[in-house]
Design a protein around this ligand. Structure first.
Ligand code: GLV
Length: 388
């Protein structure tokens, strides 16, 4: 008989997690009601009361995304799973996919689209700005892609891509508009139907005050038609939206595809209720006001936004230039050690160039903005970069 190896037994005792204020690009702190929902007893993933909770989530997503489309659901996975579900189901081999790149998320969508054998055309925005309507229009008319990808909120650069006015051109060129709203959904205006957006994916752990692990997703009827006209099934079983859609009741009956993350979906049901109770406009306004409060404080310390043009600046993830001679890592460490406060550094093209501060969901409130400003003040002072 093989002896059991008892030397490496893994953890024992009760888990111990420090309490931190997560003011980076996400996860943000979850709302206490959302966390409480996760502690409720498990239901079976096909039990009617659980299916009802899934239906409630779908209704909440329709409100959040301002759509009447029947095709909303939560992908069981992070924002990346939402991204991959959209691409795997919308892109057929050889399809032209035009990808707006204003940071790491565009780069990732381009990479993913190639993996699903799309013919990718990248449109690179200048670092720290977004793609203009004119550039988008010219390129759409020239290439007539099957899919145009834009990232509404680029968390790596802190840019806010406008989606305005694209619907007419997309109609003309028969292009589906796919939008990443991982760090923007619930924080900035979005009107899926009125703006003729065809597919959206998002994340649970940012403006929605949920835990990571569920990806809001929306398809328009046009996107659904393209998906259903595919010559081949998508090259993924796990993220096949025909199958996942069946689990969520998109086509009438409900079939087992995978075991939904029951507790995470409870959390997201609660997150949807919080959105409904606050009201979308109030939520957008709160994020915008907190963004301005944050910048009033940061500017009073002499800090400058990385995104120079006001119209391109995202309110939910804020990129702050690291001033000449400031040790960014030391400032970040001081904030964590002294205030249990997360300030993030840059990512991808902004690595080493910026600090990033999230103004998202449960965390978007005045006292948190004040604490972030206080931590920057203290960090700069310690480095002799601020007069006493
Ligand atoms: C993750 O979303 C990040 O921007 O770091």
């Amino acid at each position: 008989v093989q002896a059991i190896n008892e030397t490496n037994r893994g953890p024992s005792g009760i888990i111990n997690v420090p309490t931190r204020l997560l003011m980076g690009p996400g996860p943000a702190n979850a709302h206490p009601r959302v966390l409480a929902a996760q502690t409720l007893p498990l239901l079976g993933h096909m039990h009617p009361p659980f299916l009802k909770i899934m239906d409630e989530i779908q209704g909440g997503l329709r409100y959040l995304m301002q759509t009447d489309s029947k095709y909303t659901l939560m992908v069981s996975g992070t924002g990346h799973a939402g991204m991959e579900a959209c691409i795997a189901n919308l892109v057929e081999p050889g399809d032209k996919v035009m990808v707006g790149v204003s940071g790491i998320w565009g780069e990732r969508v381009a990479d993913m689209s190639r993996r699903f054998r799309g013919n990718v055309i990248e449109l690179q925005a200048q670092l720290g700005s977004t793609l203009s309507y004119t550039t988008l229009k010219e390129n759409l008319l020239q290439h007539k892609p099957a899919v145009l990808f834009l990232c509404q909120g680029e968390s790596s650069t802190g840019t806010h891509q406008s989606l305005a006015g694209l619907s007419e051109i997309c109609k003309q060129t028969n292009t589906l508009l796919l939008v990443d709203t991982v760090c923007s959904l619930g924080g900035v205006p979005l009107f899926a139907d009125a703006w003729c957006v065809d597919a959206i994916y998002s994340g649970s752990q940012k403006c929605l005050s949920g835990p990571p692990g569920a990806a809001p997703l929306f398809f328009s009827q046009k996107a659904m038609d393209k998906m259903q006209r595919r010559k081949e099934v998508p090259a993924t079983y796990n993220l096949d939206l025909n199958l996942i859609g069946d689990y969520w009741g998109w086509f009438g009956k409900r079939f087992y595809h995978h075991t939904g993350p029951v507790s995470t979906f409870y959390a997201m049901r609660e997150a949807m209720a919080l959105v409904a109770e606050e009201g979308l406009e109030n939520m957008w306004r709160r994020h915008n006001e907190m963004h301005h409060q944050l910048w009033d404080g940061l500017k009073s310390l002499g800090l400058q936004p990385f995104v120079e043009n006001d119209a391109d600046r995202l309110s939910t993830v804020n990129t702050i230039k690291v001033p000449e001679g400031v040790d960014a890592m030391a400032l970040i460490k001081n904030a964590m050690d002294k205030y249990d406060l997360e300030i993030a550094g840059g990512l991808g093209p902004t690595a080493g160039k910026v600090f990033r501060i999230g103004v998202m969901g449960f965390n978007a409130k005045p006292q948190n903005m004040a604490l972030v400003v206080e931590a920057f003040k203290d960090g700069l002072k310690q480095q002799g970069k601020l007069k006493a």
